[in-house]
Design a binder for this molecule. Sequence first.
Ligand code: 13P
Ligand code: 13P
Ligand code: MG
Ligand code: MG
Length: 374
Amino acid sequence: MKSCISVIKADIGSIGGHVAPSSRLVEATRRHVQERGSSLVSDFHISYTGDDIAILMVHTRGLGDPEIHKMAWDAFVAGTAIAKEQGLYGAGQDLLKESFSGNVKGMGPAVAEMQFDERPGEPFLFFAADKTDPGAFNLPLYLAFADVMNTPGLILSPSLSKGFRFVIMDVRNTAADSVIELNAPEEMYDIAALLRDPERYVVESIWSRSTGNQAAVVATSRLHNIAGKYTGKDDPVMLVRVQMDFPATGEVLAPYAIGHFVAGGMRGSHHMPLMPVHQNTGISYFDGPPIVSCAGFSEHGGKLTEPVDCFAHPFWDEVRGKVSEKAIEMRRQGFVGAAMLSMDELEYTGIMTKLASLEKRFRVRTPNESPIPA
Ligand code: 13P
Ligand code: 13P
Ligand code: MG
Ligand code: MG
């Protein structure tokens, strides 16, 4: 029977703004999964990153299982009740539909699921990011799975040398899932041409070309596509299987030392560098900087080990210092140009009303009119 790992995450309210969920909220969510999930999942782990709480589950019920999804949805509903009771900010923020209907996809929570034949050793990484969106993983995934400068395994390991297949989604198509499959290394430039625009083209999954096995899956939901307006950032989750026919853990982690600029931070409307952080870290400076956490697990027979906190190592302290400097440098230019997202992205925020009212005040100058105001 195939193993399945599902991670479903949502922002259902947080303390002191969009900072972090309360321990009572986390506990209520955990209790629900423990009590209602025992017949569905063989193991689970609850964590948070910024104000997003994630339920990671191991089971054999397959992808998109309605009962697993409903159990997770109900866990978030139970957590939301506590958020309301405590007056947390944005209680139930990501529960965008009134009632559950079959699958949490398209209802607000982010979901990433992978089904596979368990290897003798099954190491995998669970990434969660806050104050950013799924495109934040484009560059790290490209580097880890297609670039020899990052991943020497692509030339050192025969099982990696056939390369990887990228499935990339055009998240602007709100009517249906619009995807393209591209092979690295032959089509690397095509992959790069799409991934350079992380607000539109997002890596959905990656597959080994030597074994056909799935290496990675990213939650691709865009909340404004569901809500039609800005309701919070699409803080993504991702699962990456590592070692053997996949890149090594360190090859998958290495790109996060860049602290690349991503969409996110304050009001979901800015470019800020992505900071790798410990599990269960909140946010702070300028509602950010955008953060990413990574928990490493081994899975066997449906059971998880305890997580290893991949960005807790002292190496990442230096990276965090550099990312803070980049964040402050970008913030020095405030609202102007590259600091803020493109108009395409801002069109879901309140700025459109302001621009519409200013548009009416524009007038066309007559040919001989003086440029000096009357
Ligand atoms: P307010 O909800 O206080 O307007 O702040 C906006 C925000 O933080 C985006 O969710
Ligand atoms: P979240 O999407 O994490 O709730 O953040 C909202 C926001 O606008 C923070 O400034
Ligand atoms: Mg929030
Ligand atoms: Mg969040």
